[in-house]
Design a protein around this ligand. Structure first.
Ligand SMILES: [Zn+2]
Length: 365
């Protein structure tokens, strides 16, 4: 494949251009088809044979049949809009919602595809652009991949995070809490219980009950008019911990907190809408060591090895060795102000290629 060296400038620009192109194709979780089609077409142009699987992942097998090394980058973004919002290139920066998370990750996947198309691997590799990684996608794409393909190891590629390696999964649970009550007129029905008031109070109790898990009420919505007592309101809560047991314990506490102290006439529904497994993965040790070597071979310093929440979690849950690797560094992921730096791609993408090559050379279980 490629020698261990930072990528030449023209290759870095090619990856940045691909990231900009992909970033301009909206891909909210659950609506990844347009971006998936773009990736698929590009792989066909490379002479590869990608297909869309049953959940919408783009899956491209290289190097023959048998248990494969899966290299995954997620297609979806946290931004719900379906209007194209092309990113802005300003010198060394590419700015736009989802530029780094994960348009750049998918662009780096295309780099791996180019490398494997010209210099095929010695063992099977699956190049996969996955759906459903963000938000309530609940790793739908990665889970489906692992259920339907024999995967011997998995590399999750993210645009951000060149200074870290994901060596285990942050466990999480996503919960929807819904309040419903009688509603009414804000003046003539004063005293009737409000779903919004009950939900806000419950949110405070829930956030107080969550630690040591990290908790975030990411969405809160409800009510119909300023002068109406709300009939309905709901929130979405994200609970995370490096220790999967802590998430389980916190879920029980949070549910109790949501259900107590409700006003008469108020009903609550508590629904777990997503569960990500997590924890450290001892089976991943060999793969993590290969990632360390690939990084140092292109001149990157020691990574901050941490737990993360990526497609790798789905592999870890099944005992499949996995590691998450980042291509560059930037800021403000999951916001409209997201940006990613272009120059570090030279090292980050080279380390990714070096990791794929090393994992390909590795024999045995
Ligand atoms: Zn993300």
């Amino acid at each position: 494949m490629v020698p261990d060296a930072p990528l030449p400038a023209e290759e870095v620009e090619r990856i940045a251009a691909d990231a900009a192109w992909l970033c301009g194709i909206p891909a909210p979780t659950g609506h990844e088809a347009a971006r998936a089609a773009a990736v698929r077409n590009r792989l066909v142009e490379l002479g590869l044979e990608p297909h869309l699987d049953a959940v919408g992942n783009v899956v491209c097998r290289v190097g023959g049949d048998g248990p494969a090394l899966a290299v995954c980058a997620h297609l979806d973004t946290v931004f719900p809009g379906l209007e194209p919002a092309p990113p802005v290139r300003d010198g060394a920066r590419l700015a736009g919602p989802g530029a780094g998370d994960n348009a750049l990750g998918v662009a780096a996947l295309l780099l791996v595809a180019r490398a494997l198309a010209t210099d095929p691997p010695s063992q099977p590799v699956l190049l996969v652009a996955t759906v459903g990684e963000e938000g309530l996608g609940d790793l739908r794409g990665a889970r489906h991949l692992l259920e339907t393909e024999s995967v011997r190891a998995l590399i999750a590629v993210e645009g951000h995070g060149i200074d870290s390696l994901a060596v285990g999964g942050v466990a999480s649970a996503r919960v929807r809490i819904r309040m419903s009550g009688p509603g009414g007129h804000s003046w003539s029905d004063q005293g009737q219980p409000s779903a919004v008031h009950a939900l806000v109070a419950a949110a405070e109790r829930v956030l107080a009950a969550a630690p040591p898990c990290v908790a975030n009420v990411g969405v809160i919505e409800g009510g119909t008019a300023v002068n109406a007592i709300a009939e309905r309101a709901q929130l979405l809560l994200d609970l995370r911990s490096g220790d999967p047991d802590q998430v389980g314990h916190a879920l029980a506490r949070v549910e109790r907190a949501a259900r107590v102290a409700l006003p008469d006439g108020m009903a609550v529904e508590f629904e777990v809408v997503g569960r990500r497994p997590g924890g450290a993965a001892p089976e991943s040790a060999g793969l993590v060591e290969l990632a360390r070597r690939a990084r140092s071979a292109v001149g990157l310093g020691a990574a901050d090895e941490q737990l993360a929440s990526t497609d790798a979690n789905a592999a870890i849950a099944r005992g499949v060795p996995a590691v998450g690797i980042g291509v560059s560094r930037g800021e403000d992921a999951h916001t409209e102000h997201e940006w990613i730096a272009v120059p570090p791609i030279a090292h980050g993408a080279a380390a990714l290629l070096g990791l794929v090559r090393r994992a390909d050379e590795q024999r045995g279980p």
